[in-house]
Design a protein around this ligand. Structure first.
Ligand code: CP
Length: 329
């Protein structure tokens, strides 16, 4: 393994092995300092609580030194496009940024959200892929325009903790949010669920289809079934796992106001509440966090015994340690 950019770059055996390792780390059965004497750059273009804290602590726990950089804030603003005349507001090119940084560090983690401006550009995950192209050290995706693989691995670990290796009925449901959000989390959750062989149901209103290429990939990996529905009430019937996330409609990229206007009609129906959870098979509630209470999910659901959102967040730490120990040599 050289980079960790998306789960589908790796086999199910590899991903399962990483979760086995993460569970061992969590139990205290394995320790050690595989990053002893190594520095790891953590590059954050966007805000974070969980990813930043868990990566910083994870590198430290493994014996390494985390170096946090925030382009445009605590480090120079970055241009990533090839061949541009840099006479605008960007100070440094990613080529120099990466090539300098890798003289100092053994790996680079990068967080770079979609800007929701141009679907055709952002679908190609250009900033993450520029890092991977220019770097000769391993690159770990800490959430890009299209993928959040460390989150998906923590999610799969959390499902494993609750249900063992049994295949479960998993619902990924869109939820109303006042503004359009990136698709990385739903993409990676759906992809990893398919890779791990769960029966996957994806529910969203019209206008919020996931990426066509990603859907093809999900269908190719699916060990279980994959179904799609626009019926939010029927979607919850009999599922074991409810994963809520809001995302922006790809046809609205570049026109956020149109997305906000379109989604207004879904505000009351697309919230995870006690009534919907009652239709599940005593399902667990999952969300990557941060979450808007009583917008995405009611207090009653997120505070219930079936909510595993804090476990998901904790598992980020353990699974990222397993990933770093594997990737950084
Ligand atoms: N889930 C997640 O990535 O959280 P942060 O945005 O706080 O890192």
């Amino acid at each position: 393994m050289t980079d960790f950019l998306k789960t589908s770059d790796h086999s199910l055996a590899t991903l399962s092995g990483l979760i086995d390792k993460a569970l061992e780390i969590k139990s205290g059965a394995v320790s050690g300092k595989p990053l002893d004497g190594k520095s790891v750059a953590l590059v954050f273009f966007n805000p974070s609580l969980r990813t930043r804290a868990s990566m910083q602590i994870g590198v430290y726990d493994l014996g390494g030194n985390p170096v946090i950089l925030e382009p445009g804030s605590t480090s120079w603003s970055l241009e990533h496009r090839e061949g541009v005349v840099m006479d605008g507001d960007k100070t440094e090119h990613l080529k120099e940024f990466v090539r300098v940084l890798e003289r100092y560090v053994s790996a680079i983690g990068v967080r770079t959200f979609a800007e929701l401006k141009d679907w055709n550009v952002e679908q190609a995950d250009p900033i993450l892929n520029a890092f991977a192209e220019y770097a000769s050290v391993p690159v770990i995706n800490l959430e890009s325009a299209m993928h959040h693989p460390c989150q998906a691995m923590a999610d799969m670990m959390t499902i494993r903790e609750r249900f063992g290796t049994e295949k479960k009925k998993v619902l990924l449901t869109w939820a109303w949010h006042p503004k359009p959000l990136p698709m990385a989390v739903p993409n990676s959750f759906a992809l990893a669920s398919a890779q791990f062989g769960h029966d996957l149901r994806i529910a969203h209103p019209e206008g919020y289809d996931l990426d066509d290429e990603l859907i093809k990939e999900i269908q190719q990996y699916a060990g279980g079934s994959v179904e799609f529905t626009n019926d939010v009430d029927a979607a919850f019937d009999g599922v074991d796992v409810v994963y809520a996330k809001s995302w922006g409609g790809r046809s609205f990229y570049g026109n956020g106001a149109a997305d906000v206007a379109h989604r207004a009609q879904f505000r009351n129906d697309w919230i995870v509440d006690e009534k919907k959870m009652a239709a599940t098979n005593e399902g667990i509630f999952m969300h990557c966090l941060p979450v808007r209470r009583n917008v995405i999910v009611t207090d009653g659901v997120i505070d219930s015994a079936n909510s595993v959102v804090i476990d998901e967040a904790e598992n980020r730490l353990h699974v990222q340690k397993a990933i770093m120990a594997e990737v950084i040599k």
